[in-house]
Design a binder for this molecule. Structure first.
Ligand SMILES: [Fe+2]
Ligand SMILES: [Fe+2]
Length: 222
């Protein structure tokens, strides 16, 4: 059996490898949108849903998490994601976007939220949400920052770099630290790996749908 640290390192490499594959699913001309600012705004609106769902999920897991360090980590994350929601909302207002009547969760919870909500053990939860989904978010946000710079939205790029990304890095670290501490048996490592794989598989399906049905690539995560 790999040590927990070796296991986490291998899992991170696996996530990074799959993310590199995901990056290849994109619109052919995604780099230079004709309506640059509209494209940035529509992606920020998608981000509102992601932040809200990430906050709610962390809060949902707090009462059923026995490990105090993880419980408190989830509390911080719930607050971080709620703050991200408000910051993105304020940023959209500075861009002149009127959010009156906008419903970030129109159509109900996303398939990602529904998948994650089903996990009941701490190792599955943190492998799926903090380590995998937040690693994806970190990378997607980097791509979004580059997209904003290409689109002439330098203020949005700077906002993400300064106000969002440091917290997302902390969310990934929370996942890694928790797995290093608690994924100590072959059985718990197998469950963590399966949960991470399920998130990556779903992320691939979601990205295919966003690109082929909605024409959106480089949407920020949470
Ligand atoms: Fe996050
Ligand atoms: Fe966030």
């Amino acid at each position: 059996m790999p040590t927990p640290t070796e296991f986490v390192e291998t899992l991170q490499q696996r996530i990074d490898h799959r993310m590199a594959e995901l990056e290849r699913i994109r619109e052919p001309d995604a780099n230079v949108p004709a309506q640059a600012m509209d494209a940035v705004v529509s992606r920020l609106k998608l981000a509102l849903r992601n932040e809200l769902e990430a906050s709610e999920l962390a809060a949902l897991w707090m009462p059923s998490t026995a490990e105090i360090d993880v419980k408190l980590g989830l509390a911080r994350q719930a607050g971080d994601e709620a703050r991200h929601y408000r910051l993105i909302e304020e940023h959209l207002e500075t861009l002149g976007v009127d959010l009156t009547g906008f419903d970030p969760v129109e159509g109900g919870y996303s398939p990602m939220f529904q998948l994650l909500r089903g996990y009941e053990s701490t190792v599955e939860r943190v492998a799926a949400a903090q380590m995998t989904r937040e690693s994806l978010a970190l990378t997607k946000n980097e791509q979004f920052i580059a997209f904003c710079e290409d689109a002439g939205a330098g203020a949005t790029a700077e906002f993400y770099r300064t106000d969002i990304q440091p917290d997302e890095q902390w969310h990934v670290r929370l996942g890694r630290r928790t797995l290093e501490k608690y994924a100590t048996t072959p059985e718990s490592q197998a469950r963590a790996l399966a949960a991470s794989t399920a998130v990556l598989d779903l992320a691939e399906r979601v990205q295919n749908r966003q690109v082929h049905e909605l024409g959106i690539s480089h949407a920020p995560g949470c």
